[in-house]
Design a protein around this ligand. Structure first.
Ligand code: NDP
Length: 504
């Protein structure tokens, strides 16, 4: 494999003869969208080696040099939004406007990462403290080297770019393994980077199935940023553990929306329905549960039922949401609905008959036991479970009784911030839904089965760096305890000093 301006493209053309290929499919029609190589472990290793060879020059560009190049890439993305949105649409089946919305966020995040990397990561002085006051102390956030990014299919540009943009801005090279369902989007991103920044082939692509992702974990990358399901996240961690490769794990969720008695009910109903049904519910931070206080529950349920009942899935322009992108997810959704109904739940909108692969119509469930699959497991479909609660304290307790802890939503006029703080989740939107994903300076990630580590914001930049601490002796003092030549009284004097200053 040779390294050229078009980086990943060269990897593919050089290896496609040897690799077997796989197809990416339009889930709306079953039509083939593209053919992509199944990269072997040896080819993944080659891609990582090539990325590593390019990384040093990228790091040496410094923050302003990288910003200039990432800005070029951003402008190209902005110019060709329609083209990439069309491809997202073809590989996921989501409506074109939803694909465009995803790209609007991508472009803004790329801008933020490139603009803020210097401020967050550059070398800075810190206090050298009481014992070492004769030393100067600095900390600097240096790139790891090569980051392996493994992405899902549901937001095939926005989700991986939360790692890719920030890792590149921090001075790393990236080898990206997109989902087998959306390899064309990954290819487009890598090609566009190579076009905008031809002299630095630091963003490379490998494609294939889970084995290609596992090979990336074992390829000698310096860190892996994984986004996907909790089950796969555990497998990724196990592969990375073999070589003590650090991992960032962004997994699924079972996010709840709380409706307080003083909430703007129309806004809450609108947010609940959009949060649950947009992208056919295939959103890690989608709303899957609603806890509404008794006092306003009847009106709220009426509003949500009316809104959800009007939505129609489809592949044609004007449809509210598209198909279930991953065919096997249809069975999960069906199982959750059936289990809820068998266990006494009621469907206010839709029901068993709503599952019509590849589409699922909106389903609003209520009276569902809290230990049902529809309440405990990630459904990832256009379904929502609404439950009445006595008060917001019960809502908070129920929201928190999940293994997951990704996002959450609170609708309350008076107590939004207070309730948000009591939730065991990485992110909370008050009086709107998923707003935090669109704020580039906010870290994004979860706790528990939703994973750990953060993309986005200053924390997201630091995720792709290793802090390096440096001290520099400014002047010598008579008390030097770190020498075999120290006098007998040195430690005695130091103990006296520390008792005097720190012992009170
Ligand atoms: P998967 O876990 O099935 O796959 C994620 C990625 O991991 C894919 O690229 C997949 O490749 C790859 N992979 C599969 N097996 C392995 C392995 N053994 N080693 C390394 N990589 C592997 O998730 P989905 O693609 O189905 O995405 C949906 C999930 O992602 C949901 O649970 C959703 O909640 C979560 N998600 C989380 C987000 C967050 O930020 N927290 C954001 C978006 C989604 P392949 O596709 O080729 O099998």
């Amino acid at each position: 494999m040779t390294q050229t301006a078009r980086g990943d493209v060269e990897i593919q053309s050089a290896t496609s003869a040897e690799s077997s290929m796989f197809e990416s499919i339009d889930p709306r029609t079953g039509e083939v969208v593209g053919h992509h190589p199944i990269h072997t472990a040896a080819e993944v290793d080659d891609a990582v080696a090539a990325a590593r060879a390019a990384q040093e020059a990228w790091a040496e560009l410094g923050f302003s040099g990288r910003k200039q190049r990432l800005d070029q890439w951003r402008k190209l993305l902005a110019k060709r939004v329609d083209e990439l949105a069309g491809l997202i649409c073809a590989e996921t089946g989501k409506p074109l406007d939803d694909a465009k919305l995803e790209l609007v966020l991508v472009i803004d995040h790329l801008h933020w990462a490139a603009t803020n990397a210097e401020k967050v990561l550059k070398r800075r002085k810190v206090s050298s403290g009481f014992l070492m006051s004769n030393h100067a102390a600095t900390v600097e956030y240096l790139p790891f080297g090569v980051i392996g990014v493994i992405g899902p299919w549901n937001y095939p540009a926005f989700t991986p770019m939360g790692s890719i943009a920030y890792a590149l801005a921090a001075g790393n090279a990236v080898v990206f393994k997109p989902s087998e369902l959306t390899p064309g989007v990954g290819q487009w991103l890598a090609d566009s980077f190579a076009e905008a920044v031809p002299e630095h082939p630091v963003f490379r692509l490998v494609t294939g199935f889970g084995e290609t992702g596992a090979a990336l974990c074992r390829s000698g990358v310096n860190k892996v940023a994984f986004t996907g399901s909790t089950a796969t996240g555990k497998r990724v961690m196990a592969s990375c553990a073999e070589n003590l490769v650090p991992v960032l794990v962004e997994c699924g969720g079972k996010d709840a929306l709380i409706v307080d008695a003083d909430a703007d009910l129309a806004a809450a109903a609108d947010a609940a329905v959009w949060g649950a049904m947009s992208n056919a519910g295939q959103t890690c931070i989608g709303v899957e549960r609603v806890y509404v206080v008794d006092a306003v529950a009847d009106r709220f349920v009426e509003m949500i039922t009316e809104r959800a009942g009007k939505l129609r899935p489809g592949g044609e322009p004007g449809a509210n949401f598209g198909p279930i992108t991953m065919p096997s997810q249809v069975d999960v959704i069906r199982r959750h609905i059936d289990d809820a109904l068998e266990r006494g739940g009621r469907a206010l909108v839709g029901g068993e008959h709503s599952v019509r692969p590849p589409f699922v119509e909106p389903v609003v469930l209520t009276d569902v036991p809290e230990d049902s699959l529809a309440v405990t497991e990630e459904t990832f479909g256009p379904t929502i479970v609404v439950r009445r609660v006595r008060d917001v304290d019960e809502a908070v307790a129920r929201t928190n009784s999940t293994r997951y802890g990704l996002g959450a939503t609170v609708f309350s006029r008076a107590r939004g911030a207070e309730l948000a703080r009591r939730l065991r989740s990485g992110m909370v939107a008050v009086n709107s839904v998923v707003a935090f994903a669109g704020v580039p300076s906010l870290p994004f990630g979860g706790v528990g089965d939703s994973g750990f580590g953060r993309i986005h914001g200053a924390d997201g930049l630091r995720e792709f760096t290793r802090p390096q601490s440096v001290t520099r002796l400014r002047y010598r003092i008579p008390l030097n305890p770190m020498s075999f030549g120290r006098s007998k009284g040195t430690i005695r004097r130091m103990v006296r000093l520390v008792k005097l200053v720190r012992g009170r």
